[in-house]
Write a protein that binds this ligand. Structure first.
Ligand code: SAH
Ligand code: AVI
Length: 323
């Protein structure tokens, strides 16, 4: 494999000790090969995800925005006075604007995201548009322990987890996340969560195989990021995007398939690929309103309300943390 001509190499020690390098090596030496989807979101990945949300085939964002437009007032009623709204995986913070507009109780907004630069830019935009709202971005991995800003201690926390990002977890990880969120938000707190629903596989397959190829670019950017940040030598042209609905498991699977038999060097390790061998990069689980409600019940949350769009493609569900 040829080494890309411009590679932002970090000092070797830093690279090998970083959790990114560790997770990449662990995933690429596993059978089958896999990579954690949270690494999609560097600056380029965040921009590509925003492009995905505008695609005609990618219905989830449009449907969730329609639900929020229709029901933000009902959701706002569930929030206590002086709410600190904590959004997990805030991305463009576009959806939360609908909640903020409907809920004067929201005194502070704490967007939490792993994509630090993107997070800070979006927080600056929000501060400009909502000068009376306290906006306190936290750059963190939301699956790990992180500190809430001290100034929200006097407020009542509530959670917002849109986008069906929870669908990118396995059921046991979704449950661990819900328990973690209950600890962060506290007893009796409300969590408003977006959940993509099981539907005709044709619609699902199209949403992850868009005609313009943006989802393919988003998927391949993971390899480009490994080249950029870890000095690896993936030849992007020799991998292709694959996405398909796995009906038994009610999930979209995304993979990167090697077009040829090849070797790639990552952090000094040689990784062998057979022709056709894939790296499993993402699952996107689809639920029914009932199946997600049952999962939440088993992990310390009580479903209190649920809303869907006119086609029944997507749902927004309100949960309350059990006492
Ligand atoms: N909430 C937005 C964005 C969803 S995309 C929407 O509904 O449109 C998923 C977002 O979660 C991205 O912004 C990504 O950077 C963030 N993310 C993914 N895994 C994360 C993790 N483990 N910790 C923190 N943020 C994460
Ligand atoms: C963020 N997450 C819920 C998106 C999804 O639909 O699983 C990420 C995505 N992957 C491909 N397209 C969009």
């Amino acid at each position: 494999m040829s080494i890309p001509s411009v590679v932002a190499r970090q000092p070797a020690e830093e690279v090998h000790s970083s959790s990114f390098a560790r997770d990449v090596i662990e995933g690429l030496t596993a059978r089958p090969k896999r990579l954690p989807p949270k690494y999609f979101y560097d600056e380029t990945g965040s921009r590509l995800f925003e492009e995905i949300t505008e695609l005609p085939e990618y219905y989830p964002t449009r449907c969730e925005l329609a639900i929020l437009r229709a029901h933000a007032t009902d959701m706002a009623r569930l929030l206590p006075p002086k709410t600190a709204l904590i959004e997990f995986g805030s991305g463009s913070s576009k959806k939360v604007r609908l909640l903020i507009d409907a809920a004067p109780a929201i005194a502070a907004y704490v967007p939490v995201d792993i994509s630090a630069q993107w997070l800070n830019e979006e927080a600056a935009r929000l501060r400009r548009d909502y000068p009376r709202l306290t906006v306190l971005p936290v750059a963190a991995d939301f699956t790990q322990a992180f500190r809430l800003p001290r100034s929200v201690a006097a407020l009542a926390p509530a959670g917002f987890f849109p986008g069906s990002t929870i669908g990118n977890f396995e059921a046991h990880q979704a449950c661990a996340f819900l328990q973690h969120a209950a600890r962060i938000l506290g007893e009796d707190a409300i969590l408003i969560v977006g959940i993509d629903l099981v539907k005709d596989p044709k619609i699902l397959n199209a949403a992850y195989n868009d005609a313009a190829g943006v989802t393919a670019k988003f998927n391949l950017n993971l390899l480009a990021r490994i080249n950029r940040e870890l000095g690896a030598d993936f030849d992007l042209a020799s991998f292709c995007h694959q996405a398909f609905y796995n009906r038994e498991r009610a999930r979209i699977e995304m993979h990167l398939a090697s077009r040829v038999r090849q070797q790639v060097v990552v952090c000094g390790r040689t990784i062998e690929f057979r022709a056709g061998e894939t790296i499993h990069t993402e699952n996107s689980y689809k639920y029914t309103v009932e199946s997600f409600g049952a999962l939440a019940r088993g992990c310390g949350w009580t479903p209190v309300d649920a809303w869907t769009d006119a086609d029944g493609y997507f749902s927004v569900q309100a949960l309350r943390a059990a006492k």
